[in-house]
Write a protein that binds this ligand. Sequence first.
Ligand code: ZN
Length: 300
Amino acid sequence: MKTVTCTLPGGYVDGHGTFHAEAELRQLSGHEEEILASRNSGETSSLVTEVLAGCLLRLGTISPVPPSVLQRLLVADRQYLLLKLREVTFGREIRGTHLCPWPDCGRKVDIDFAIPDIPVKPSRDKGPLYSMQLSEQAALTEHDGKAITAVMFRLPNGADQEAVTPYFRENPARALTLLLERCIHSLGEYVNPVPELLGRLSPAARQEIEQEMERVSPSVDLDMQVACAECGRIFTAPFDIQDYFFGELRSDVDLLFREVHYLAYHYHWSEQEIMSMTQDRRRRYIEVLADEIENMNNAV
Ligand SMILES: [Zn+2]
């Protein structure tokens, strides 16, 4: 089975303060294809954790990598791992389509790119805690009139994403509040500040914190510049690696079961054995079988 070693743009600091960034991934096997097949697409954050739990063989000196660590990986690191997983499983070329957003056009535009061309920005400061000062206007005023400007935070991880996602569509403001509640480590001398205190942060303060988070965060830039061949205009299309990659796999679920049946029928392997194979390997056996059957037919 093919494996790939890469360096996370963020990285993970464990409970002892040790930093881990080198990741070793293996291709997807039938097991992960089945996990993807059996879940609905709404819970992508937890799906990413489950799929990575099977395929991430090592993170720094952590091996195996427990799901609790996968959940604490930064959002950008998880995206990066998915891209690498797609690359090692199906190759680096991505072909998708997007509708031109101009109402007078609306044509389907092909989006082709290679995974290694996606801009990745590693974080310089690995945290895991970051401190900043709010501006005077954004400072939080205490009941006795003193101003709090010091903020310490950590960056959003997979578990945060999982917790916040359900609110994101209907109520983005609520989602951001929840995210800040989870990620703000301290306000002035208040460690793990109560929601009441966080609730008193002004919109300006929240914006400053959000911007600082973005500034220090590692990132994977999945906004594609696309030129419409029909109308010639250029637009930005967000590329959702989770939807794309999982969709790519999910469409083949019926095929997966037929392949398992076919191999079990002819080779008498157990379902367990066949599901541990990669898609590549299953298909190679099927090709061999097909040739064999054709030879036998010709010989008759
Ligand atoms: Zn167009």
